[in-house]
Design a protein around this ligand. Structure first.
Ligand code: SF4
Ligand code: SF4
Length: 165
């Protein structure tokens, strides 16, 4: 009986200790949306399509991303490049490139499968909207990034920031 009381008191003190410790620590809550969390470099958020240093689209329309997508949410239609006015450095480019962001499970397989580091998943996580149509990200949407060409995929298939100013 006495042992049980001592044990109970001890557990109570341990619990109160945890409470007091957390009372003195800084809050971890972010006052979103005023303060936005900086996501880790390897976070897999919204997709983007990279351009190369000459401004050409990196995507060569090979459809490897689409083939490797486990939920079949990437639609690619490729076309032959005009040698006088190429869109990409390859023989072909993606005439149509669309991702259904609602069906996507953000696994990153497309990024790993891409042979030219064209498609990348970045830290953008604010994807909420009222209209389902906005979740079909077209090539035009995917090519727009505030800091273009700053990302590449390393040998493990993870994106990393390059030329960060
Ligand atoms: S992240 Fe995964 S599910 Fe989403 S488009 Fe890429 S391969 Fe498909
Ligand atoms: S994003 Fe990469 S894998 Fe997908 S079609 Fe373009 S080049 Fe091929």
């Amino acid at each position: 009986m006495i042992q049980a009381v001592i044990k109970g008191a001890y557990n109570l003190l341990v619990g109160m200790g945890v409470t007091f410790k957390n009372m003195l620590s800084k809050p971890v809550t972010f006052q979103y949306p005023e303060h936005k969390r900086v996501m880790p470099e390897r976070y897999r958020g919204r997709h983007f399509l990279n351009r190369d240093e000459e401004g050409l689209e990196k995507c060569i329309g090979c459809s490897l991303c689409s083939i490797n997508c486990p939920v079949n949410c990437i639609h690619v239609v490729s076309a032959e490049n005009d040698p006088n006015n190429p869109v990409s450095k390859g023989e072909r480019y993606a005439e149509v490139y669309e991702i259904n962001l609602l069906r996507c499970i953000y696994c990153g397989y497309c990024e790993e499968a891409c042979p030219v580091d064209a498609v990348v998943l970045r830290e953008h996580y604010e994807l909420a909207d009222y209209d389902r149509k906005t979740y079909i990200a077209t090539k035009g949407d995917l090519l727009v990034y505030p800091e273009p060409n700053q990302f590449s995929v390393n040998f493990l298939g993870n994106t990393k920031i390059v030329n960060k100013q």
